[in-house]
Design a protein around this ligand. Structure first.
Ligand SMILES: C[S@@+](CC[C@H](N)C(=O)[O-])C[C@H]1O[C@@H](n2cnc3c(N)ncnc32)[C@H](O)[C@@H]1O
Length: 271
């Protein structure tokens, strides 16, 4: 699969290094938390990840796969705050390189592995993980059947799939949005279609929470404050325009934010 134009700019690491220096931080000695406002590329950032980790009850003995890890912010949060081992997979080479650099700089390379790959064709054995986390990735994936089949396959029986995602009516989306500069890379489906894809892979859906309204309210309040120097705009081009288009979708009702938890039942799923 080719690299997605919304993410591969060629400047990700350079822009983050410059932003760190501009606030007096050393890019070769990053402290966990230094990048909190920019390292999680999804609505509500760290707050959403903390809620999702709580929902999935992630603990130190869990082997976690972050499917579509981006620059690895959620993987680092889970490793540091929940003590688990994490593997992050991402399609975008420069995001993987940036994630490895930050992990090394933060002293977390021994707890987080970063693998370049496609989440619809994972390079892991069946039953390798206890939890699969995926946040704001499936909107780029046309083959949602393979995505959730693979998540189910790599989970051990009883394993959990924790999702933080955008659903909606693709016909109304105005571009760019945070996950795509144009419709070619955007594969948003309705909540019912996404649920069907997850259930079709063999998962039992335990939670499916539409959090659009509180998310939109919190984002609007957050964006009304002066922008942090270390925000996602540092490495995501046209970030304000992308967020504005997404918020328009939340307000008009053609985009939703969902938080979900699904379980691979002990006696089903491919292996
Ligand atoms: C909006 S970013 C979210 C990154 C991360 N989950 C986070 O929340 O910070 C979407 C990510 O999904 C990755 N991605 C999209 N399609 C993918 C695929 N088929 N396999 C692996 N990664 C993919 C992109 O490279 C990008 O890093």
């Amino acid at each position: 699969m080719t690299q997605l134009s919304a993410y591969a700019t060629g400047m990700t690491r350079t822009n983050i290094e410059e932003a760190l220096r501009s606030v007096g931080k050393d890019p070769s000695a990053i402290e966990p938390g230094d990048l909190a406002a920019l390292e999680e590329f999804h609505t509500l950032g760290r707050l959403a990840t903390a809620q999702l980790a709580h929902l999935a009850d992630i603990g130190p003995n869990d082997r976690v796969l972050d499917a579509g890890t981006g620059i690895g912010g959620s993987a680092r949060f889970l490793a540091v705050e929940h003590g688990c081992s994490v593997t992050g997979v991402d399609l975008t080479d420069e995001y993987c390189d940036t994630a490895r650099w930050i992990n090394e700089s933060a002293g977390l390379s021994d707890r987080i592995a970063i693998v370049q790959g496609d989440i619809t064709d994972l390079p892991f054995d069946a039953g390798s993980f206890d939890v699969v986390v995926s946040q704001h990735v499936q909107m780029n994936v046309v083959d949602k059947g393979s995505l959730y089949d693979e998540a189910c396959r790599v989970l051990a029986p009883g394993g959990r799939l924790a999702m933080w995602d955008i659903t909606g009516n693709a016909d109304h989306i105005g571009y760019p949005v945070p996950w795509a500069t144009d419709p070619a890379d955007s594969h948003v489906v309705s909540g019912d279609q996404l649920r069907a894809a997850v259930a079709g892979a063999g998962f039992r859906i335990e939670q499916w929470n539409d959090l659009t309204r509180p998310t939109a309210e919190m984002m609007t309040a957050f964006l009304s404050r002066p922008a942090s120097e270390l925000g996602l705009h540092v490495f995501v081009p046209d970030f304000p325009a992308k967020v504005a288009n997404m918020l328009r979708g939340f307000a008009a009702g053609y985009l939703q934010v969902i938080q979900a938890l699904a379980v691979r039942p002990p006696d089903t799923g491919s292996s």
